[in-house]
Every structure is written in structure tokens, then in C-alpha cells.
Design a protein around this ligand. Structure first.
Ligand SMILES: Cc1cc2nc3c(=O)[nH]c(=O)nc-3n(C[C@H](O)[C@H](O)[C@H](O)COP(=O)(O)OP(=O)(O)OC[C@H]3O[C@@H](n4cnc5c(N)ncnc54)[C@H](O)[C@@H]3O)c2cc1C
Ligand code: FES
Length: 252
């Protein structure tokens, strides 16, 4: 079931000048939301932005009926969203997409940059199901490391930064945690990073799920602008995905 409802902004937290976390209040009881699902946001107040913008659900607070979205400013739509203030209304279609398949006894989550957004809520669900997890986050520098406290509360956090300002210096693909054994890998971030982690998982025979951030328009399977090439033919990322097992994807 999908909903189209107004949320109220309860907080707009600046992480860096181009990275924000929006906390949104739902006026009713939140429906079931799976980690890895996303929302389509109606951007108001910007006449050039006609289409809704897809943003992953970063976190869910069921007790208080709130969700959190991590927004990176890249254009007019996300710039407008970054200006939202406490009390502003935001119309969302949600929850969209398939979400992650939660499985295994010990799992690894790998996230890069703001693409790591869906992993926090995934960690919350893994913890509820007593699944042991490690999370490896790759980011530019310490200032771009968001939700660190929450990651540490829910999992074992490992970090790589490009400048060495926190954790190991370099990229996630060289981190020693990759030498350990895992039942499943969940990976979100830039496509080259997801492909590299997918190759690593393939060599070790570990199932690997990725979240594809293809450009989307409708977000509900109608416009066909978001297709991904899979071994079963072209699939709409917004409904069959955005989460795919890499062994099902061509080019991974
Ligand atoms: C399923 C899904 C989940 C997403 N989750 C998040 C999230 O949690 N946080 C977040 O900040 N962003 C997320 N995105 C990306 C976000 O939707 C785009 O950055 C946003 O729509 C850009 O809108 P804009 O008006 O600011 O920029 P536009 O003016 O539309 O575009 C600015 C630039 O961004 C590029 N761009 C636009 N859409 C995408 C896209 N989908 N992928 C890559 N590049 C794009 C354009 O090519 C252009 O170069 C997600 C996208 C998808 C499909
Ligand atoms: S965005 Fe329209 S079909 Fe996927």
C-alpha cells in the first residue's frame, strides 16, 4: 500500500553546507516501512522543479511516527529541500520500492558518501532481528560522516576517509574488515564502489545486495524511465528495485 500525505518538518539538521538530515513527523501511525524503500517528494516553491524527487528513507522512529531523510544538494530540487524549516509541510508518496531482504547471521553493510543513506534503518531492523552486523562507511573526510553515534549504537562501525581525518585512509575496498566472513553484504553508494564490492562478494561467493539510484520520474512504475538491465530482462528500478541482488544484474 502506498500513501500520499503531508509530513511536518520537525528538524532540519545541517551536516555540511550541502548535506542535511530532515526529520519529518507523520500525522498518523506510520505504516510498515522496509529498509531500502524510498519516498517521492513534492518540491514546492521552485517553479522549474515539476517532478517529485526520490529520496531514500534514512531512518524510521516508529514510536514517534517520524522518518529521517538525508539530502545532498545537487540541483534546484534538493536545494529547495535544504531550505525547509521546522513546521513546514512536505508532501510525500511512500513507501516506494522493494526494500532489502533481511537475512543471515552475520552481515556486512558497506556505504559510500550520501548513498549510504538507507543503511541506518537497515541496521535498526537487523538489530531488532538479532542479526550481527558490521558497517563500513567510506567518505571524503570526517565532516561528511553522518549518523556516527547511531551507527555505533547499532553495529560495529568501520570508516575510511579519503584524507585520513577519521578511520583508515583510503577507500572501503582496502579495509581489513573485508577479510572476515559474512553471510550477506548490503551495499549503497557510488556505482563504481558498488561494482567493486560486488566483484569482491562474487569472488567469495557471498550474496550482495545493492541499491540502484537510477534517475526516476514517477517512482511508481508508470513512466519506464528507470529501467535496469537484469538477467531476466529490463526491470523498472522504482518497483522491482531499487534493491537488487548483484548476481541478477548485468554489468555487476
Ligand atoms: C531510489 C533513489 C534514492 C535516492 N536517495 C537519495 C538520498 O537518500 N539522498 C539524496 O540526497 N539523494 C538521493 N537520491 C538522488 C536524488 O533523487 C537526486 O539527487 C535528486 O532527485 C536531484 O534533484 P535536484 O532537483 O536537486 O537536481 P537535478 O537538477 O534534477 O539534477 C542535478 C544533478 O544531479 C543528477 N541527478 C539527478 N537525479 C539523480 C539520480 N537519481 N542519481 C544520480 N544523479 C542524479 C542530474 O543528472 C544532475 O547532474 C536518490 C535517488 C533514487 C533514484
Ligand atoms: S520512475 Fe517511472 S517507471 Fe520507474
Amino acid at each position: 500500500m502506498k500513501y500520499c500525505k503531508d509530513f511536518i518538518v520537525v528538524k532540519n539538521e545541517t551536516i555540511t553546507p550541502t548535506l542535511y538530515i530532515l526529520r519529518l513527523q507523520y500525522p498518523e501511525t506510520l505504516p510498515e516501512i522496509k529498509p531500502g524503500q524510498f519516498v517521492e517528494i513534492l518540491v514546492e516553491g521552485e517553479k522549474d522543479v515539476f517532478l517529485r524527487r526520490p529520496i531514500s528513507i534514512h531512518d524510521v522512529d516508529k514510536e514517534n511516527n517520524q522518518i529521517a531523510l538525508l539530502v545532498q544538494v545537487v540541483g534546484k530540487g534538493t536545494s529547495q529541500l535544504s531550505k525547509l524549516k521546522e513546521g513546514d509541510k512536505l508532501n510525500l508518496i511512500f513507501p516506494l520500492g522493494n526494500g532489502f531482504t533481511v537475512m543471515g547471521k552475520r552481515v556486512l553493510l558497506v556505504g559510500g558518501g550520501c548513498g549510504a543513506a538507507p543503511l541506518l534503518y537497515l541496521l535498526r531492523v537487523l538489530k531488532q532481528q538479532n542479526i550481527k552486523s558490521d558497517i563500513l562507511i567510506g567518505c571524503k573526510d570526517i565532516n561528511h560522516l553522518f549518523s556516527k553515534k547511531e551507527y555505533q549504537e547499532l553495529s560495529n562501525l568501520h570508516v575510511t576517509t579519503e584524507d585520513g581525518s577519521f578511520g583508515e585512509k583510503g577507500f572501503v575496498t582496502a579495509h581489513p574488515i573485508l577479510n572476515e566472513d559474512f553471510d550477506v553484504i548490503y551495499c549503497c553508494g557510488p556505482t563504481p564502489m558498488m561494482k567493486a564490492i560486488s566483484q569482491y562478494a562474487k569472488q567469495r561467493n557471498i550474496p550482495c545486495y545493492v541499491s540502484l539510484e537510477h534517475k526516476m520520474a514517477c517512482g511508481i512504475g508508470v513512466c519506464l524511465c528507470c529501467v535496469a538491465e537484469t538477467n531476466q530482462g529490463n526491470k523498472r528500478t522504482c518497483v522491482t528495485g531499487p534493491i537488487f541482488l548483484t548476481s541478477d544484474l548485468k554489468d555487476f
